[in-house]
Design a protein around this ligand. Structure first.
Ligand code: CA
Length: 426
């Protein structure tokens, strides 16, 4: 089916600023609390949120087979479970309805009043009930940087790294939507030069500049997804800050990997941008230095996406300090390889599962995706606009991640993924 929603020439009768992340070609999906205190599934064009539950009740999805309450839910899980054909039909229909040449809703002010909201009238919610969250470690630059710091230059990449998309099972209960404050965690750490651990607030709260993808039900237990079929099962992507307490992580991670140093919180952006909307921004992923085993070999070569990424530190005086500018396309292992690998042992992936990319560091220092790398484990402090220094984050720091694609025709973005650090609980 043609993705007519991606037509770059289409304009909306709703106002869209030229630098907006949400032109009519985006049509992401999210969940919000409306001004009438009702939770509904919605989309966004420009700075307007659109209530899909109301659109459906008023008959605007006529002809598309949908259950009556599909959009009157507090999560996107049922909609995502309906599969790619439904996602496409809905995006195409929304696109037609808000096309500047379509007068059906444009001339119906009464309907507009129940369907369209200003962004400051609504409150974004976590868009998905995330069953399982898996975090990969798929940026070669990031894995190399961390490897050099922890094990030295000669053993930076572990022997398995060029053969498998390394990942671990994360914690989904503490994933929060953008804007939720992040409480500095307590934990057990081993101070430098000491032999006995201490307990207290983490002194090394860090970000991880990542994206994540959300799946629909992919396979039944015991079966696997062939790599060239993975596209069917990836609904869309969000920006993702996988908060990390480096001092807790460093003491606990051997031999089973990260635990409390990661599970205190992770933040996602509220709008899920569909893979269909990102389709025009496909590009090649980095050439793989070791030919992967056959189950990880992809037929298509344009298997990555050109998504520009930014991390910003907003201090309490309102200064915005650019920490990093990276790109999703640097990621060594692709999402298709991650999903194929995830299911190759027969592990079943369900609707609403989320897979993090791993920190998306680029090749240069200004593109590193964590403070651990930017300040080289604290050895090279950053000086901010207000003259203060940082190695990791202070209480009151607001960390904002951005991601967007841009070509000569259109800009498709994710909005903001932000979280402010609160002091540790007394
Ligand atoms: Ca991570």
């Amino acid at each position: 089916m043609k993705i007519t929603a991606n037509d770059p020439n289409r304009k909306s009768w709703l106002n869209v600023e030229s630098d907006s992340d949400f032109p009519i070609q985006n049509i992401p999906f999210g969940v919000f609390l409306s001004r009438d205190d009702i939770i509904t599934i919605g989309t966004r064009i420009g700075d307007r949120a659109i209530d899909l539950g109301a659109l459906h009740q008023l008959g605007y999805f006529k002809g598309i087979p949908l259950t009556d309450d599909l959009f009157l839910q507090d999560t996107l899980n049922d909609f995502i479970a309906d599969g790619r054909m439904t996602w496409r039909l809905i995006r195409n229909r929304i696109s037609e309805l808000f096309d500047e040449n379509n007068t059906t809703l444009k001339n119906n002010e009464a309907h507009q009043k129940t369907i369209i909201f200003k962004m400051d009238e609504i409150e974004m919610q976590l868009p998905v009930d995330i069953g399982d969250y898996t975090d990969f470690y798929s940026s070669k630059e990031h894995a190399t940087n961390v490897g050099i710091m922890f094990r030295g230059k000669d053993n930076a990449l572990m022997p398995n790294w060029l053969h498998i998309p390394v990942g671990y099972h994360g914690r989904s209960s503490s994933i929060v939507v953008s804007g939720t404050p992040i409480r500095r965690p307590h934990g057990q750490t081993l101070p430098l030069g000491e032999t006995q651990p201490v307990f207290g607030p983490s002194q090394r709260v860090d970000m991880e500049l990542e994206t994540a993808f959300i799946t629909t039900a992919a396979n039944i237990l015991g079966e696997s997804i062939p790599i060239d079929e993975t596209d069917e099962y990836i609904f869309g992507m969000v920006m993702f800050n996988d908060w990390s307490a480096r001092d807790i992580q460093k003491w606990e991670y051997v031999p089973l990997g990260p635990f409390l140093g990661k599970s205190f919180a992770s933040t996602i952006s509220p709008w899920i941008v569909t893979m269909d909307a990102l389709e025009p921004f496909r590009c090649e992923s980095p050439k793989q230095e070791v030919t992967p085993l056959p189950y990880l070999q992809q037929k298509r070569t344009d298997n990555s996406y050109d998504i520009k990424l930014q991390a910003i530190l907003e201090t309490e005086n309102g200064d915005k300090n650019l920490l990093s500018q990276s790109n999703f396309k640097y990621m060594y292992w692709t999402m298709a390889q991650q999903l194929a690998h995830h299911t190759v042992n027969g592990c079943n992936v369900r609707t609403g599962d989320m897979m993090g990319s791993g920190t998306l560091s680029g090749p240069t220092k200004d593109s590193y995706g964590s403070m651990l790398e930017i300040t080289w484990a604290g050895k090279e402090p950053l000086t901010l606009k207000d003259g203060t220094k940082r190695v990791f984050f202070n209480d009151g720091d607001n960390v904002i991640l951005h991601g967007y694609c841009q070509n000569e025709n259109v800009r498709i973005g994710f909005g903001e993924c932000e979280g402010k650090i609160l002091p540790a609980k007394k």
